[in-house]
Design a protein around this ligand. Structure first.
Ligand SMILES: [Zn+2]
Length: 330
């Protein structure tokens, strides 16, 4: 992950090589995050109850009917239009962030919800797909249900709910292309944030969130944190760990039955933000492993997902958005 000119270049992300979290961190965290917090509110609980499981599964169904969403195929910009239209159903403040990578004119889709301040809490997920066996094949079927319609459709459901609320912070939802080629969309976008000198408080990435069977229980999600074993910058490590603990607290407070384990941030769209010093965390189901035959394959389909698990993760991330974004209760 060396820097090459203004944009560093990342290899195609392969989460199968990810390092595991240190036991020291887990020991410290477990002493802090053990019970319901005093800040838990009925208002946030009521908003969390508005998450509709069928909204999530219906959208995954639609997104996986694209033959593929390969970033070098014409499908990718049609998928971007689909995401934009979904967002415009509840708010008009949706734009494309256009970028050029090699011969490819690509788009990130951006929904901005202005708060009382310009401080930004950014949620992101990539919408492109790829096959491990034929990475350059733009005609092959690559449905990408878990990777990463799961993250996209979870954030669409969260966007729907937050669009009706008022916040102290500004909330931004960004949907990236080019992730599977080497974090293209997120690298361009993180650079744009830096160039515009925007006040970016934290990045929450969702990439593969709906396939259980690879963690300690079938009701467990990873919260990815910057534990120092990955990434380039050290000043953002501890703030990331604190935010990760806050994310776990959201599960304890608002999502009974959802268990959190920790994992280092790696091989996904938060890394270009991390490299610019921003504070990053993520949600991830641990399923990008060689034993998972659906990973980057034709069988990454809705029928192999646990939408109930994804609904729980969606509620956790929504509660985090409401709490950290300082939602106005009225
Ligand atoms: Zn992915």
């Amino acid at each position: 992950m060396a820097c090459k000119g203004p944009l560093e270049s990342y290899p195609p992300p392969d989460k199968r090589k990810s390092p595991r979290i240190s036991h020291e961190f887990l020991k410290r965290t477990r002493q802090r995050v053990i019970r319901k917090s005093a800040e838990k509110t009925n208002f946030i609980g009521s908003q969390v109850n508005l998450v509709i499981r069928n909204n999530i599964s219906n959208k995954i169904d639609s997104l996986t009917t694209f033959h593929n969403r390969h970033s070098k195929s014409p499908n990718i910009n049609i998928a971007a239009e689909w995401i934009m239209n979904e967002l415009k159903q509840f708010d008009n403040n949706v734009t494309y962030h256009e970028y050029v990578q090699g011969n490819h004119q690509l788009r990130n889709v951006v929904y901005h919800k202005q708060g009382a301040t310009d401080k930004i809490l950014l949620f992101c997920a990539h919408y492109d797909t790829i096959l491990n066996t034929r990475r350059e094949d733009i005609d092959a079927r690559a449905p990408g249900a878990n990777d990463n319609a799961s993250g996209v459709c979870s954030l669409l459901e969260i966007s729907r709910i937050i669009s009706k609320l008022d916040f102290e912070l500004s909330l931004r939802f960004v949907f990236f292309s080019g992730e599977e080629q080497g974090l293209w969309g997120s690298t361009h976008y993180a650079e744009a944030i830096k160039e515009r000198n925007e006040d970016l408080y934290a990045v929450i990435n969702m990439d593969m969130c709906a396939e259980p069977g690879f963690l300690s229980t079938n009701r467990t999600t990873y919260v990815d944190i910057d534990d120092g074993s990955t990434g380039l910058v050290t000043t953002n490590n501890e703030p990331s760990q604190k935010l990760g603990e806050k994310m776990e607290q959201m599960a304890i407070d608002y999502v009974p039955g959802l268990n959190v384990d920790y994992d280092p941030i790696d091989a996904s769209d938060y890394m270009p933000f991390e490299a610019r010093g921003y504070v990053c965390i993520g949600a991830y189901d641990g399923s990008a492993v060689s034993e998972n035959s659906h990973y980057h394959s034709e069988t990454d389909l809705l029928s192999n997902l646990d939408v109930e698990l994804l609904t729980s993760v969606t509620k956790m991330v929504l509660a985090f958005a409401l709490t950290e974004g300082k939602v106005k209760d009225s």
